[in-house]
Design a protein around this ligand. Sequence first.
Ligand code: AMP
Length: 315
Amino acid sequence: TPHLGNYLGAIQNWVNLQEECSSVLYSIMDMHSLTMPKEPAVLRQNILDTTAAILACGIDPKKCFLFRQSLVPKHAELAWILGCLTNVPRLLRLPQWKMKRASQNNEGTVGLLTYPVLQAADILLYKSTHVPVGEDQVLHLELAQDIAQHFNKKYGEFFPVPKAILSTTKKIKSLRDPTVKMSKSDPQKLATVNIADSPDEIVLKFRKAVTDFTSEVTYDPASRPGVSNLVSIHAAVTGLSIKEVLHQSAGLDTAHYKMVVAESVIQKFAPIRNEIKKLQEDKSHLIKVLEDGAEKAKELAAPIYQEIRRLVGFQ
Ligand code: AMP
């Protein structure tokens, strides 16, 4: 299930993009997910839960392409072709390879090393022009840009070089350590607020949020990261500015303020949480959404991939 950071830093922007742009594609990246070990039953469930969550957040399959990556096998086929244009040392230098390999405590799999090439295929298979990314993905998008240029040089101008749409939202920080970003892999359960958390869980997590020994509510991320993170969250979920939030909170101590922020988060996510639950009960609907989306994506990709096959000499 997405967390507060995913929602405020990414999903909210995706909902806006589908309103503002035509031909927007979103994919549940189940093939990428395999790079981190998972039980099959867990992966199966995660695919449906993620789909329920992003639909509940407002991604609308009528306004965009929403599909499951592994249902469009051309992603993997194109990744092979692009992999043959990519140097291994370039992949070895990517920080995600080092970080994720370290977190898995093993020497690293071929999948983990080459998934950025699969990401390039995810983008280029549709001749995508823009990709919404977080800062942590900028290097991978640069790889996709380089691969596109390399392909164009070798086989003739074909792929647009995709541009990044960088999220302008400030990083939401962990509630247990406000010097690091909120993350789904944080082992501390109280650090991360999931958008489907119950009101009780949300209250508990904010009550235990790490602040400091000053009780006033101020915004100064460098010297008061804990309380400033609460102010950022409060502003983001209410749509108010930092100044307005501080004005409203004048006179509150941080203990009371934590409960105000918890309440604003509960209010914001109550309808989404209810919708997630409703959607999770209708498994066949979720499966159909992903399958219908995959059919549409396949149609879009087919002529592009056909041309790629011709360009590389498969036809
Ligand atoms: P992840 O699940 O970590 O791959 O994150 C998916 C996307 O969510 C990232 O590309 C970011 O744009 C966004 N995101 C993740 N964590 C945060 C965070 N703590 N604050 C803001 N945005 C975030």
